[in-house]
Every structure is written in structure tokens, then in C-alpha cells.
Design a binder for this molecule. Structure first.
Ligand code: AOF
Ligand code: ZN
Length: 368
């Protein structure tokens, strides 16, 4: 096998491996590292839960002495800074690794090329930019948080065959089947936070947790856009706020209206007592909201409903990825129209892939 093809094969594996801890490493990226010698894998590592130890350290510990002369495949440039752990570049040098293949250069100002320079200065052969597109995709949340100081936003929509998201006045209407719904649960598990509007919270009373067997402990922080603080104390969200955090994003309390003001404050206190965090931030100002969420360490945000919220994120230009699920059946009368319909590429986006999930179809779009 040609060297380049082998590099791509092992890098693809390192990137896939990195997905394992996506959404579980805090503001630290989930990185994958594979140590290879004579075409065989010696050891693998993924950034550990909470962000440490780093992937390279995990892999080096697994390989021990055998790492001498090996090639390390890492989805992100090895770090060069003395943070909470010593630099990974130093670890690779001390272990006697002969070659390091990197997908994405780390934008962290403490690293940004210094990791690669450290390795090269120690006589290690370094290759960068291998499968960079795939690498960037896997690190999208981290890169967005670091470079643009906001979470990476995925919009998920489930659309009926007649282009509807649901039915007015009805509770949750099943649009997709169990396979697609399972896929959505995986999306939730990979996200730091999930967001819906108060309309969806009131109509559907959703739990917004991840309930897939084996992934139940990976529910994201749940966020409701709730201008007038209408989230009921007996909603599933409020009732489970002590188990999985809920942030209720409310606007300003009403002004010059004592009664309304008192009731707003009373509701805020009651939600607070139920364990719901009330964040005061205009829910219609998407940019300010995303900045507030980023400052809380939220790097990936899944926007799940409904039509108003989807439109406001799309109009504000803050959607990075779209997962459009289309079901086989129609909604019919009283349908709520979807801002996006299957088969029509939204402006500014490109179709990345299409997947069949049971009787449903998933179209994945990303920014052009
Ligand atoms: C790596 N391998 O697996 C990860 C890296 O707070 P610290 O000390 O853990 O440093 C966090 C920074 O480390 C983070 O911003 C990014 O630059 C790098 N993450 N680096 O070599 C890894 N997760
Ligand atoms: Zn490191």
C-alpha cells in the first residue's frame, strides 16, 4: 500500500475513534490517537472524560516501550503547553516516536503550530493536513468555540411527506420511525446542549434526554427559549431539572406593571427552587444567546424545535449543520409548515450525505 493511502487509512480510524467521547470532554476537544508500527496498531487513545488525560497520553501509556520508532496518528496537533498536564509533544518525543501524522493544526493560541515545531526540532518527521476535511468536521464544535467564540449549531428537523413539522393544537405527532429516532438520540448524546422554544415545550412536554440503552448518562443540558417565563413547574423538563440541567432563557421582566412584574418574579423564584436556571437574555437575539452559552462552556448546540426557533436561527445565519429527517406519511390538515423541505438545498448550504433510516430519509447539509 502506498504510504499516503496508509496514512489516510489510519487517520480515518483516529478521527472515527475521536467521535467516541464527543460531547463528553467539556471545552477540550475529543481527540483520537493511534500508534502504529510495521503496519500494526500498537495502542489507541481518546481524550478522556472531562478533557484529560489527552489522547496521546492514553495511547502512549497503552503502548509502553513499544512506542519507540512508531508512527502516531492524531486528529489534532499534539499540545505544546504546560496546562493541567505536561505537553503531549514532549510525551511523544520522550517515548521515541519516529513520525507524527496530524490532521488539524490546533488554533489554541498556546499551541497553534508550536506542538508541530517541538516535534520537528526533536528530529521527528511530521506530516499535517491529512484528511483535514474529516478532521475539521469531527472537531467542528471545538474549532467554532475557539475561533468564533460560539457553539457549533446543528438544526434538526423532522418533516412529513407534505412538508410539515407537526399539527397545530396537537401534541407530539410521530413523523419518523424508530431508526430515525434512535439516530436523533445519538445526536443528543454528542451535543453539549439541546434547545427548543417554549411553544414546543408547552405542546409536546418533551424530556429532551438521551434514552438509548448505554447512552442514558449522556443527556445534554436542556435549554428552553421562554421570553415570558411560561415553562410550567409540572413540565417534564422542570420536574427533572435536578437530574439533567435545564436553562430557561427569559427576557426582561415586564416593566411599569406591578402585578405582571410580581408574577414574573414569583415564577422565576419557583423555577429556581425547582432547580431550573433562569438566564436573562433576549431569546430573539441569537448572537447574544450563543455568546452567553459559549461563555458557559457549551461548544455544540442541537436546535430541535419548533418552526419559529428554526426560522430565527436560520435567519440570523447561525446554523452550521442541518439534519433533515423526512418521514413517509403526510400530516394533512392544520399542519405547521417547515422552513425547510426535503430535496431543496437551503441557500448557503451543500448536501453532504443522504441516509436511509428504515422508511425515513436523512439529509445532512453543511455550510458551503
Ligand atoms: C492534545 N490532545 O487529546 C487534547 C488536546 O486544559 P488543558 O491543559 O487540558 O489544555 C486544553 C487544550 O489542549 C485545548 O484547548 C487544546 O488546545 C488541547 N487539547 N491536545 O494534545 C488532546 N484534547
Ligand atoms: Zn496534549
Amino acid at each position: 500500500m502506498a504510504v499516503a493511502a496508509e496514512d489516510e487509512r489510519f487517520m480515518a480510524a483516529a478521527i472515527r475513534l475521536s467521535l467516541r467521547n464527543l460531547g463528553r470532554t467539556g471545552t477540550n476537544p475529543s481527540v483520537g490517537c493511534i500508534l502504529v508500527k510495521d503496519g500494526a496498531v500498537l495502542a489507541t487513545g481518546v481524550t478522556d472524560l472531562g478533557g484529560r488525560p489527552h489522547a496521546e497520553r492514553v495511547a502512549l501509556a497503552g503502548a509502553g516501550e513499544a512506542a519507540r520508532g512508531a508512527t502516531a496518528y492524531v486528529s489534532l496537533e499534539p499540545c505544546s503547553h504546560h496546562g493541567k498536564t505536561p505537553p503531549c509533544a514532549e510525551g511523544l518525543i520522550e517515548a521515541g516516536v519516529a513520525r507524527v501524522v496530524v490532521s488539524v493544526v490546533d488554533p489554541d493560541e498556546r499551541v497553534s503550530g508550536r506542538g508541530i515545531a517541538m516535534l520537528a526540532a526533536a528530529g521527528i518527521e511530521v506530516e499535517t493536513g491529512v484528511l483535514e476535511g474529516e478532521g475539521r468536521r469531527a472537531l467542528a464544535a471545538y474549532l467554532m468555540q475557539k475561533i468564533n467564540k460560539r457553539p457549533n449549531v446543528t438544526l434538526k428537523l423532522a418533516v412529513s411527506s407534505d412538508g410539515m413539522l407537526g399539527r397545530l393544537g396537537a401534541r407530539q405527532v410521530a413523523i419518523t420511525g424508530p431508526v430515525a429516532r434512535g439516530q436523533v438520540q445519538i445526536l443528543r448524546a454528542e451535543s453539549d446542549a439541546i434547545l427548543v422554544g417554549i411553544g414546543t415545550a408547552l405542546a409536546d412536554d418533551p424530556a429532551l434526554t438521551c434514552r438509548l440503552p448505554g447512552l442514558q448518562d449522556r443527556s445534554p443540558i436542556r435549554i428552553v427559549l421562554d421570553q415570558d417565563l411560561r415553562l410550567p413547574l409540572y413540565s417534564k423538563l422542570a420536574l427533572t431539572a435536578r437530574e439533567v440541567p435545564v436553562i430557561d432563557v427569559a427576557g426582561e421582566p415586564p416593566r411599569f406593571d406591578d402585578a405582571a412584574d410580581r408574577s414574573f418574579l414569583a415564577r422565576r423564584e419557583a423555577l429556581d427552587e425547582a432547580g431550573v436556571e433562569v438566564l436573562q437574555c433576549d431569546p430573539r437575539n441569537v448572537a447574544a444567546l450563543l455568546a452567553a452559552l459559549a461563555s458557559r462552556g457549551i461548544s455544540s448546540l442541537l436546535v430541535e424545535g419548533g418552526a419559529t426557533v428554526a426560522r430565527s436561527f436560520l435567519d440570523a445565519g447561525f446554523v452550521d449543520r442541518i439534519h433533515l429527517y423526512s418521514g413517509a406519511g403526510p400530516i394533512g390538515e392544520n399542519g405547521i409548515a417547515s422552513p425547510l423541505v426535503p430535496g431543496a438545498v437551503p441557500p448557503g448550504f451543500a448536501l453532504r450525505r443522504t441516509m436511509r433510516l428504515g422508511n425515513d430519509l436523512l439529509e445532512e447539509y453543511e455550510r458551503d
